[in-house]
Design a protein around this ligand. Structure first.
Ligand code: UD1
Ligand code: UDP
Length: 361
């Protein structure tokens, strides 16, 4: 029996690592595909070095392109891979184009799909991730959820309860497993940051693709920098636009390359607050007890607001909210249910039980 994991973009790697490790401990035969959606060393390879991920058995090398080009290239590459290796199940992660393409390729070949991080909904169809989530969940046989709201969404969409499992958050497994390796003081000092600093990450198309909203972001980050120095590890999307608009031309704004997992999480752990539009960072700040201001009109991760440190912000409210969180003390003990470092174990159990039962049918 072979399980095929499909990864490709940065957020996939910290989610897949604990699942692959837990299945390996149970003796499962596994193959790992890297689609090549992300390919810069700091968007991909560094996570394999730092997170003890096995080498991918194959890298499809699809690279960047329009949504159709990228998704189609992954579909074609994965169909060939799946026809050759005939896996018993395909395991997909999150909401990126690699996730969508893998689910479609597998479903068309009648190969069961397990979706890790199923059921999240922003109800914002202008986000490519929302389309990817909905299609992937519709095709998945096993829907592995990080939070109770996800279960409610899937139930509402008519997914039968026996397919849905609340397993916790494997991204948080990776964070908790690496806590002792996080050295905030060193990461801060290496970048010449003072004791009090902010971290920012920005990469959503809705924020960085349009020059007008990108210019607004630059002005906001510069205003926030008057409160506290800011480090901004800049995702390659939007780098050209944000740099041309002068994002780094401020003495208290440190624009750096994307960081490896350990340096990034070290900085987040020591930050006074984080300004972001990332999905994963909303979750990580919740567990680290670091205030998070999410520059988006909505979130598919409301549990980080109800059970964590996250708040939605807009260009109009960000600076006032930043002043508020900098003046408050943070309740660091709130954490969503089952975000306890054992999600990978639960996911491995659910997958192997499911395959076992199917084998006996
Ligand atoms: C993708 C995901 C998004 C996720 C993000 C995480 C989709 C639709 N979007 O967005 O959900 O939050 O990854 O980081 O799957 N580029 C490089 N080097 C790389 C990768 C990308 O320079 O290694 C540049 C290219 O110019 C590319 C652009 O970034 O065109 C966007 O990359 P892409 O993978 O299409 O989407 P992301 O914005 O990274
Ligand atoms: N991350 C990292 N270095 C960075 C930025 C992010 O290691 O410079 C990690 C962090 O764990 C984050 C994950 O990559 O949760 C995914 O980040 P990203 O914002 O790219 O994706 P999203 O979660 O928005 O899909």
């Amino acid at each position: 029996m072979t399980l095929l994991h499909v990864t490709g973009a940065r957020p996939n790697f910290p989610k897949a690592a604990p699942v692959i490790a837990a299945l390996a401990r149970r003796g499962a035969r596994q193959r790992l595909v890297h689609t090549g959606q992300h390919y810069d060393d700091r968007m991909s390879e560094i996570f394999f070095r730092e997170l003890d991920l096995p080498r991918p058995d194959i890298n499809l090398g699809v690279g960047s392109g329009s949504h159709a080009e990228q998704t189609a290239a992954i579909l074609v590459g994965l169909e060939t891979e799946m026809l050759q290796t005939r896996p018993d199940m395909v395991i997909v992660y999150g909401d990126v184009n690699s996730t969508l393409a893998a689910s479609i390729a597998a479903a068309k070949l009648q190969i069961p799909v397990a979706h890790v991080e199923a059921g999240l909904r922003s109800f914002d169809m202008s986000m490519p991730e929302e389309i990817n989530r909905i299609v992937t969940d519709r095709l998945a046989d096993l829907l592995l959820c990080t939070s109770p709201d996800a279960i409610a969404h899937l139930a509402h969409e008519g997914v039968p309860a026996y397919r849905i499992h609340l397993v916790g958050n494997p991204m948080i497994d990776t964070l908790l497993a690496n806590l002792s390796r996080l050295d905030s003081q060193k990461a801060r000092a290496d970048l010449g940051l003072p004791e009090d600093y902010l971290v920012a990450t920005l990469h959503r198309p809705g924020n960085v693709d349009d020059p007008e909203s990108a210019a607004e972001l630059v002005a906001l980050v510069h205003t926030a920098a008057a409160r506290s120095e800011i480090v901004l590890p800049l995702h390659p999307r939007g780098r050209r636009v944000l740099e041309a608009l002068g994002m780094g031309d401020h003495p208290r704004v440190h624009v750096v390359e994307p960081l490896g997992y350990l340096d990034f999480m070290s900085l987040v752990r020591g930050a006074r607050a984080v300004i972001t539009d990332s999905g994963g960072v909303q979750e990580e700040t919740t567990v680290l007890g670091v205030p998070c201001l999410t520059l988006r009109p909505n979130t598919e991760r409301p549990v980080t607001i109800t059970h964590g440190t996250n708040r939605l912000a807009s260009a109009a409210t960000l600076i006032e909210q930043l002043d508020e969180v900098l003046a408050e003390s943070v309740d660091t003990d709130r954490r969503p249910p089952l975000w306890d470092g054992h999600a990978g174990e639960r996911i491995a159990e659910v997958i192997l039980d499911w395959l076992d039962e199917r084998g006996r049918e």
